[in-house]
Design a protein around this ligand. Structure first.
Ligand SMILES: Nc1nc2c(c(=O)[nH]1)N[C@H]1C(S)=C(S)[C@@H](COP(=O)(O)OP(=O)(O)OC[C@H]3O[C@@H](n4cnc5c(=O)[nH]c(N)nc54)[C@H](O)[C@@H]3O)O[C@H]1N2
Ligand SMILES: Nc1nc2c(c(=O)[nH]1)N[C@H]1C(S)=C(S)[C@@H](COP(=O)(O)OP(=O)(O)OC[C@H]3O[C@@H](n4cnc5c(=O)[nH]c(N)nc54)[C@H](O)[C@@H]3O)O[C@H]1N2
Ligand code: SF4
Ligand SMILES: [Mo]
Length: 753
């Protein structure tokens, strides 16, 4: 653009919770207003385009209903859902000074009275920036002695499963998918959730590759596939073991690779022998012939790559399922071929200096003089309604299979948790940011009962009046990624990026870093790190040395100056950068206990769990007890045009999502047996809650499976969303939520249940 142009173009990064972490070019006019957002054509994965959600991002930034000033609940105003547009009536505007003073005073009182662990932060990846996700906030809560939050809501079951098998979350680079000859999208809605992988898949297909999608739901990805396998939910472990059975039976495994790179082959082979195609067919709904065909095609085509995403691990035995699936490329040696292997996440490659960022040592200066207890965010309902009532009850509420406790003490780099059970005082203060638990947390009715408590002090840092702000005592205005500076990695590619501030914050909106820095000052925390600027914190995250270079592994070539000039820089994933393509797990030793890929896990065995993958049907599935009363398996799915609950308030996004919004997708046979026709109002219910939706007949679903989309509860006429039906039961590994192991019954409204 010419120097005289009134427009500036700024390099920012989309900070939403998406594997693609797109490079975004923001055009700003001479009045400081952003007038355009577009994908950076220079970024090798963004490749010049944005998804439909963020292409309309200015609708969000400049939305008329954005919260622009700090707000305090009016005396006497009840906590609870307010109709859209009338939320303001419950609040009064206050200055930041008043808000910060009042919040600090109240937190201090609560800490003095009940102990600091009665204060619970609640945040997730509404902001994926390195600073925005977890930096000043963590310093603040460590110093305060607030409970630690085990951030399990999304990826912990699969993430820990991956680490158990491979030691580190690395995977096939997205750019190399173009070289694959066979692509398995296994519980991966690439079109909806990971669109920047799609062009590489299209390129591979132009060169003759086949795409096979394994997903009970016919997503756009599945509809575009060469073969869509509409597997029954929660049965993938059986399928993976059945494939192993065929591969081993027919001698299609790679003996040399197995000998060099893996641990526990004999035990796994023994286990797989039990999983005959006929046995597996019974559970998955596939035919034995299809299982054989899939196994043969997978083992005899190279390079073969599996894009396994997180959908499959949001089930009772989701950790085991991920382990079983990701063992397949180790059995066939697919990692040896460039473009082969598997990808769950690439996040393990980004080794930020998290101690410098988050300062866990500050906990020694808290009243506790130690790290605080950990509360699992996937059990928020229980944390708010049961903790502190009765020690037994609090940690024992679930029956099955969370009894087989998530592995204790695998902190990894992405967790600060010590894996301990929650115990100790009741929660008296909840501090929410980067998350909308009133919509996204499982067992919505329990969460709501907790949030309604009069004796709970709730602060929410947000951009909009959400399902959570309706329960807040204070609502504080937050910024979008256009309005603050950050750096970012990704979980679907290998580039470090700088996100520059493009515009001034709107109104009195302030970033997460600013908020916790100011609040620390009000609390009287005098440690110098509380006044660090974002730029200083970026240097700390990068561990910039005296020579101006990062000291983090893989980032040694990165300086702030080259990040500023280039926007994105690839990690150096090899000792000799650019000498060779990055092929994780092709050779060498791994950071697992055995130094190898672990088919058998001594770690799991030592924890009293099965060291090998084995199939158990989910408690809430057609084989479970409860199926006699609630026979339908519910997929409470993400919207293609929302980001979890984000964007659902914007009219343009709602319109794009309207085809499936507030619908219950149901197989025609299941509809017929209930006297339900297209468009009928139906009641979807179980012991935990109920929801009214409009029936939408979908012959592509497996019979016995229904589907509905995640939305804001307050945008439903009955004030609930799909999470009114989901449970707080946890996954076998990692303590994650089990959204996709949910049984319901459906009845036509007007008919008796
Ligand atoms: N448009 C859009 N993009 C998003 C998000 C969003 O909400 N909307 N969310 C973001 C987030 S937070 C994440 S974690 C990622 C997640 O990305 P994904 O992991 O792809 O997320 P899901 O849509 O939960 O699950 C993927 C697929 O798994 C299928 N599935 C469910 N149960 C089973 C099962 O038992 N077996 C098999 N084989 N498949 C199953 C679902 O039908 C779904 O189509 O996407 C991110 N991107
Ligand atoms: N039924 C069902 N439930 C699910 C899922 C599902 O598939 N089905 N998916 C689950 C998964 S995978 C995930 S990851 C979770 C996601 O759950 P959340 O992490 O809660 O994600 P969002 O719904 O996107 O809400 C993020 C909120 O953060 C706010 N925000 C954005 N940027 C900032 C910022 O810089 N500062 C502050 N203070 N706030 C900000 C946004 O406005 C938004 O309201 O939901 C889970 N819940
Ligand atoms: S949500 Fe994902 S695909 Fe869309 S712009 Fe952001 S990173 Fe890119
Ligand atoms: Mo997620």
């Amino acid at each position: 653009m010419a120097a005289s142009s009134p427009f500036r173009i700024i390099h920012a990064v989309c900070s939403h919770d998406c594997p693609d972490s797109c490079a975004v070019l923001v055009t700003v006019n001479d009045e400081g207003r952003a007038v355009k957002v577009e994908g950076d054509p220079a970024h090798p994965v963004t490749r010049g385009f944005l998804c439909g959600k963020v292409a309309k991002y200015l609708d969000r930034v400049y939305a008329p209903d954005r919260i622009l000033y700090p707000l305090r609940r009016k005396p006497g105003a009840q906590k609870g859902p307010r109709p859209r547009g009338s939320e303001h009536e419950a609040f009064e505007r206050v200055s930041w000074d008043e808000a910060l003073d009042a919040v600090a005073t109240r937190l201090q009182q609560i800490s003095d009275k009940y102990g600091p662990e009665s204060i619970l932060p609640y945040s997730y990846a509404g902001n994926m920036g390195v600073l925005g996700y977890g930096s000043m906030d963590r310093r603040f809560f460590h110093r305060l002695g607030g409970s630690q939050l085990d951030r399990t809501i999304c990826a912990e079951a699969g993430g820990q499963a991956w680490k158990l098998v491979y030691g580190k979350k690395l995977g096939t680079p997205p750019e190399d998918f173009r070289l694959a000859r066979l692509i398995l999208a296994w519980a991966a809605n690439i079109h909806g959730n990971n669109i920047h992988l799609w062009p590489f898949i299209e390129e591979a297909r132009r060169n003759g590759a086949r795409l096979i999608v394994i997903d009970p739901y016919r997503t756009r990805t599945a509809a575009a596939a060469d073969w869509h396998i509409a597997i029954r939910p929660g049965t993938d472990t059986a399928l993976a073991l059945g494939m192993m059975h065929v591969i081993l039976n027919e001698g299609l495994h790679d003996r040399a690779y197995i000998a060099a790179m893996t641990h526990g082959f004999e035990q796994l082979a023994e286990r797989a022998r039990q999983y005959t195609p006929e046995h597996v067919a019974h559970y998955t709904g596939m035919t034995a012939g299809q299982i054989e065909q899939l196994a043969r095609e997978y083992a005899t085509t190279q390079p073969a790559v599996i894009r396994v995403n997180y959908g499959v691990q949001r089930a009772d035995y989701g950790g085991t399922t991920v382990r079983a699936i990701i063992m397949l490329p180790a059995l066939t040696g697919a990692w040896k071929y460039r473009g082969g292997g598997a990808q769950l996440s690439t996040s393990g490659a980004f080794e930020w200096d998290e101690d410098a960022l988050r300062r866990p040592g500050l906990a020694q200066a808290s009243p506790l003089k130690r790290l605080a207890r950990t509360v699992n965010m996937s059990e928020l309902g229980r944390a708010l309604t049961e903790l502190g009532q009765n020690r037994e009850h609090a940690s024992n509420g679930a029956s099955h299979p969370s009894e087989q406790r998530p592995l204790a003490g695998d902190p990894g780099r992405e967790r600060e948790s010590n894996g301990a059970h929650s115990d100790g005082p009741a929660v008296h203060a909840l501090f929410v940011y980067n998350s909308n638990p009133g919509a996204i947390a499982p067992n919505h009715n329990a969460v709501r009962r907790g949030l309604e408590r009069d004796d709970l002090f709730t602060v929410v840092h947000e951009l909009f009046f959400t399902d959570t702000t309706d329960y807040a005592d204070f609502v504080l205005p937050a910024t979008t990624f256009l309005e603050h500076t950050d750096i970012q990695g990704a979980y679907g590619h290998y580039f470090v990026q700088l996100s520059q501030q493009a515009i001034q914050p709107l109104g009195e909106a302030r970033s997460n870093v600013w908020l916790f820095s100011r609040l620390a000052e009000r609390m009287g925390f005098t440690e110098a790190c509380f006044s660090d600027t974002p730029e200083q914190m970026i240097r700390q995250a990068l561990a910039i040395g005296s020579d101006g270079r990062s000291k983090n592994p893989g980032m040694e070539h990165i300086t702030l100056a080259n990040l500023e000039s280039e926007g994105h820089i690839p990690l150096a994933l090899h000792a000799e950068p650019e000498a060779q393509p990055f092929q994780p797990f092709a050779s060498g030793s791994l950071p697992t206990p055995s130094g190898k890929i672990e088919f058998f896990s001594e770690t799991l065995a030592a924890a009293g769990l099965d060291g090998l993958p084995g199939f158990t049907p989910p408690a809430e599935s057609r084989w479970g007890e409860a199926a006699r009363i609630y026979p339908l398996e519910l997929l409470g799915r993400k919207g293609d045009n929302y980001m979890n609950s984000t964007f659902a308030n914007l009219p343009g996004h709602r319109k794009m999502e309207s085809r499936t919004s507030q619908k219950l997708e149901i197989h025609p046979l299941d509809a017929q047996s209930r006297g339900v026709s297209e468009g009928d109002r139906v009641r979807v219910f179980n012991d935990r809650g109920a929801l009214e939706l409009a029936a939408m007949l979908n012959p592509n679903l497996p019979a016995g499976v229904v589907a509905a989309r995640l939305d804001w509860a307050k945008l439903h006429p009955d004030g609930a969303n799909v999470n009114a039906l989901t449970s707080e039961r946890l996954t076998d590994i990692g303590g994650g939520p089990t959204f996709y192991s949910t049984l319901v019954q459906v009845a036509k409204v007007g008919n008796r249940d």
